[in-house]
Design a protein around this ligand. Structure first.
Ligand SMILES: Cc1cc2nc3c(=O)[nH]c(=O)nc-3n(C[C@H](O)[C@H](O)[C@H](O)COP(=O)(O)OP(=O)(O)OC[C@H]3O[C@@H](n4cnc5c(N)ncnc54)[C@H](O)[C@@H]3O)c2cc1C
Length: 467
């Protein structure tokens, strides 16, 4: 699409026309609420759309797509608004905001759940955990289910139950033509393949249907902390400890300054720490037994790895990723934690300055790796670990220094990079998107894009260009 309309070119009369058949809310720059609704989670993103269409349901999404399409307006699609690079808001053009579409329906007998595109992870967990069931998803409750699922979805129970997309049964999609289609293994199977990792390139998913699996509600979970200077010995122990661990165990290594939270003793707050955070998706007694050696290693400065409701564990990282702070991420997968990688981790962890800056080093494998690489558009199932290097600050103050730290950390790991998870990319250019999918899958995705969105109407995403 060559012509991109500016905010000013969305004339009031046509918005009034749209309003006549719109159940949700249409917000223009002069409207109350505009400032609130144009914001996304990442405070460093400051864009001013010409229209925010807060859809109440599928009919509104259809109307908004047709409206934007007809006028060739730049169009952003917003689920939970947590895209690291802020891809769900644009300057000028239209934001199709699905955030009000919150329907969740659990069928405990069939062990399935249907969730609309505005659902956040914590909302989904609350409904499913009421039945002791869960969809494997992410680790921060205010993340949007939609964007997370469309990129793959990694989280605390993925080693047991796979990626979020591995439990996806079907989706309802509005295509770039403004048509409603369903996709599943049996219907539009090519589209179903593409939405499982293709990151919103093929249409707007209005509703997801997932298989549910048993979980908790009580699990053994939480972090054990050591001083940052002990990173080399902690990670060498950790590497051996997880080598033969069961799929029920999922861990994330965190480096940061200890946060000022009620559970953290005042004398530890602000100190550099390394933590191994665990979650055991199985019986509490088995989990307690398994984490015992971790808890006994060296002299932890804080141990919060205990039985607790899964919902409580899911909320653990929420305070570290508040809305409106300035966020920057660099990410890569590595095959293993060899001694060099451990040295790099140890060296860069010490240099953290901002209380909001951190890394999460995700243990991959288990059920994720047992799904065939070509079965879904997601790439990197054989990754050993995923690095999420977050250079964050409260505001613009000091942000550039945090970004630079994240880049240096990531660059130091470059000899060991394998793949990269598409949902952890910033706006890094086409070559990085190709790397995220691998050359073969990228070509397959391009062909699919030509079929479902040949004019690249949906391009504010990790974009797979049709040509
Ligand atoms: C604090 C935080 C924690 C995170 N934790 C995890 C984690 O544990 N695991 C993990 O896998 N990822 C995680 N992520 C990454 C996350 O998966 C992506 O940022 C994801 O895109 C967020 O989805 P969203 O709906 O909130 O984002 P949005 O910003 O709303 O959308 C992200 C992208 O998806 C597109 N999109 C959104 N909804 C739809 C839809 N219904 N149909 C079509 N396209 C759509 C948007 O256009 C945009 O390109 C995290 C991100 C943050 C900020």
């Amino acid at each position: 699409m060559s012509k991109v309309a500016e905010a000013s070119s969305i004339d009031d009369a046509s918005v009034d026309d749209l309003q006549a058949s719109f159940r949700g809310e249409l917000i223009r720059p002069s409207d109350t609420g505009y400032e609130e609704h144009r914001k996304v989670w990442n405070g460093s993103i400051d864009r001013r759309p010409g229209l925010i269409a807060r859809c109440a349901g599928v009919a509104d999404v259809l109307a908004a797509v047709r409206f934007a399409r007809k006028r060739e307006l730049l169009t952003a699609v917003r689920g939970g608004g947590h895209s690291f690079p802020g891809l769900s808001v644009c300057d000028g053009g239209v934001v199709i905001d699905l955030g009000s579409m919150k329907g969740i329906h659990v069928d405990p007998e069939a062990r399935t759940v249907r969730a609309q595109a505005g659902v956040l992870l914590g909302e989904l967990d609350r409904e499913t955990q009421a039945f002791g069931l869960a969809v494997p998803a992410g680790i921060v409750t205010h993340t949007g289910l939609a964007g997370l699922t469309l990129g793959g979805g990694i989280g605390w129970i993925m080693r047991k139950y796979g990626l979020t997309i591995d439990q996806l049964l079907s989706v309802d999609v509005i295509t770039a033509d403004g048509e409603f289609v369903k996709a599943s293994e049996n219907e539009n199977a090519d589209l179903f393949w593409g939405v499982r990792g293709g990151a919103g390139n093929f249409g707007i998913v209005t509703e997801f249907e997932f298989r549910l699996n048993p979980l908790g509600p009580q699990v053994v979970a939480g972090p054990v902390f050591w001083p940052m200077e002990e990173t080399p010995s902690v990670l060498r122990f950790y590497r051996d400890w997880i080598a033969d661990c069961p799929d029920e165990l999922m861990t994330i290594v965190v480096q940061r300054k200890a946060p000022a939270l009620p559970v953290v003793p005042p004398d530890l707050v602000g100190k550099h720490v390394v933590a191994v955070v665990s979650c055991y998706a199985g019986p509490v007694e088995d989990g307690e037994k398994l984490v015992r050696p971790l808890k006994a290693f060296g002299s932890p400065v804080l141990d919060l790895c205990v039985p607790k409701p899964f919902l409580v564990h899911q909320g653990m990282f929420d305070p570290s990723f508040r809305h409106g702070c300035w966020y920057y991420v660099r990410s890569c997968d590595v095959a293993e934690l060899n001694d060099d990688v451990i040295d790099i981790v140890a060296e860069h962890g010490k240099r953290i300055t901002s209380p909001l800056t951190s890394i999460a080093l995700w243990q991959m494998g288990g059920a994720v790796a047992r799904v065939g690489e070509s079965e879904t558009a997601f790439n990197g199932r054989s990754a050993g670990f995923t690095f999420n290097i977050n250079g964050n600050s409260e505001s613009a103050d000091g942000f550039e220094a945090e970004r630079e730290w994240a880049r240096m950390y990531w660059s130091a790991l470059e000899p060991y990079h394998t793949s990269v998870y598409v949902n952890f990319l910033m706006e890094e250019g086409e070559e990085r998107i190709r790397q995220a999918y691998g050359a073969e899958k990228y070509e397959r995705l391009k062909a699919l894009k030509r079929k479902y969105d040949p004019t690249n109407f949906f391009r504010l995403n990790q974009n797979i260009r049709p040509e």
